[in-house]
Design a protein around this ligand. Structure first.
Ligand SMILES: CSC[C@H]1O[C@@H](n2cnc3c(O)ncnc32)[C@H](O)[C@@H]1O
Ligand SMILES: [Zn+2]
Length: 432
């Protein structure tokens, strides 16, 4: 007897060798996909009838600061440097374990609700992020965010904390938590520190999550201080490889794009954050044309201001079209690949496709809605017409985290109430 069967669904497998299955069935056992096809001989304890809905791989958010969800709507409409240095960093200095736990629980709730099954995170008090992820049932690649600003003592302390986090949490929560090292950016971390981080990550066999060339200011800083841009600087210290998840990559030259593709670097494109902070536009279609792995993230809730990956997919497509003045670039299926297959590759997880032997990480999208009617092309609706609110069921590791719109792994009202209380206490502390 299997654990679960989902039947009568339009299945968007994202498996290129199979394609879509119009009236399909998926069998789940021990957190994995046991069978996928048009029929099954299996029976299961739980059967979900998904008639009229789309069953697809859950979305993967490859750049987030989940704890920052406590700052949703705090410090809008500013230049990135002003926003970060004069507002966000002073506010973060006031954050406690409990604030980050509350913010991350709120983030997990929103992600489960809007069809995200996994996210990559970089933040402070990351132990509390891990605790929240463990309890919420979602999957994540977590890193303690490190900044040394060229201070050797701070570098030692940060690396010690990043290392301790990796040792404590890697592979935990039934394998749902992976860890990474999280040096913040090439303009906030010293050269020596980045070299040490890379060495440690290789030793620990974990990946690295870093912001790269988000702003023109970073590009200018690197050129002034090192005589080269961040891409060449990181190449110079043997940093690049398929173990690197580089967020943003907005200010790239054609030569930089070739380097990122050649080294198999994973690039998280964060269109809403880049638009809101007016950072610029990542050359996504050029990166993809050169064979780079580009995936999609939301960034934190203080620069977005939500974690809806459906919205992020739509923005990714529209932004490339208008910036290249070519409506044929980044068609819907390609964007879906970025948010599923490419995200899974970046995180090194067997998700992002509905295929035998893969993690049972999937979502059911209700298509019986006015704004999703009629249907000529399912992929088109998922990217251009749907939103996270259309997700009715979310399954991670074979466990149902939300069923027919009810979140089962978290007490929704409690999560919201605590986040409200924490935000009120926080603003009093910040303003004092
Ligand atoms: C050291 S933990 C991570 C650090 O990153 C900050 N952050 C959030 N969003 C961005 C962004 O768009 N660019 C650069 N840094 C960002 C966050 O506030 C934490 O301090
Ligand atoms: Zn970020």
């Amino acid at each position: 007897m299997a654990d679960m069967i989902i039947k009568n669904a339009y299945i968007l497998t994202m498996d290129p060798s199979v394609g879509d299955i119009e009236n399909g069935v998926v069998v789940i056992e021990n957190g994995m996909i046991k069978e996928i096809g048009t029929s099954t001989q299996c029976s299961a304890e739980k059967v979900i009838d998904a008639k009229g809905s789309v069953l697809m791989p859950g979305l993967i958010n490859t750049h987030c600061h989940a704890g920052m969800t406590i700052f949703r709507g705090y410090a809008d409409d500013m230049q990135l440097q002003d926003w970060l240095e004069n507002h966000i960093w002073p506010a973060e200095a006031q954050l406690t374990d409990e604030d980050i736990y509350a913010g991350t629980r709120l983030a997990c709730l929103e992600m489960i609700r809007s069809g995200t099954i996994a996210f990559a995170d970089m933040y402070i008090h990351e132990n509390k992020v891990a605790q929240a992820v463990d309890e919420a049932g979602i999957r994540a690649a977590l890193s303690y965010g490190m900044i040394d600003f060229g201070d050797k003592e701070k570098a030692d302390k940060e690396l010690k904390e990043g290392s301790a986090f990796v040792k404590e949490w890697n592979g935990k929560a039934d394998g749902r938590i992976d860890t990474m090292y999280g040096p913040h950016a090439p303009n906030t971390c010293s050269r020596d520190f980045l070299i040490r981080v890379k060495e440690q990550a290789v030793k620990d066999n974990v990946k690295i999550h870093i912001h790269v060339l988000e702003t023109e200011a970073e590009l200018n800083y690197m050129k002034e201080n090192f005589g080269m841009c961040s891409i060449h600087f990181l190449k110079d210290i043997d940093f690049w490889g398929p173990d690197i998840l580089a967020a943003h990559c907005v200010w790239l030259s054609d030569g930089d794009i070739k380097i990122l593709a050649e080294y198999g670097v994973n690039i998280s494109h964060n269109p809403n954050s880049n638009m809101k902070l007016a950072s610029g536009i990542c050359p996504v279609s050029k990166l993809l044309d050169n064979g780079a792995n580009v995936c999609i993230g939301t960034d934190g809730c203080a620069s977005n201001n939500n974690l809806d990956m459906f919205e992020e997919m739509r923005m990714a497509a529209l932004l490339q079209k208008v910036s290249t003045m070519d409506p044929t670039v980044l068609p819907a299926r390609k964007v879906l690949e970025m948010a599923t297959i490419n995200g899974a590759k970046a995180l090194g997880i067997k998700s992002g496709m509905l295929k035998e032997g893969y993690n049972a990480d999937m979502i059911i999208v209700d298509m019986n809605k006015a704004h999703l009617t009629p249907v000529y092309d399912v992929a088109s609706h998922l990217v251009y017409a749907a939103s996270g609110k259309d997700v009715e069921t979310t399954i991670v590791n074979g466990k149902v985290l939300m069923e027919e719109g009810k979140v089962l792994s978290l007490d929704e009202q409690e999560v919201i109430d605590i986040a409200i209380q924490r935000s009120k206490d926080l603003i009093l502390k910040i303003n004092n």
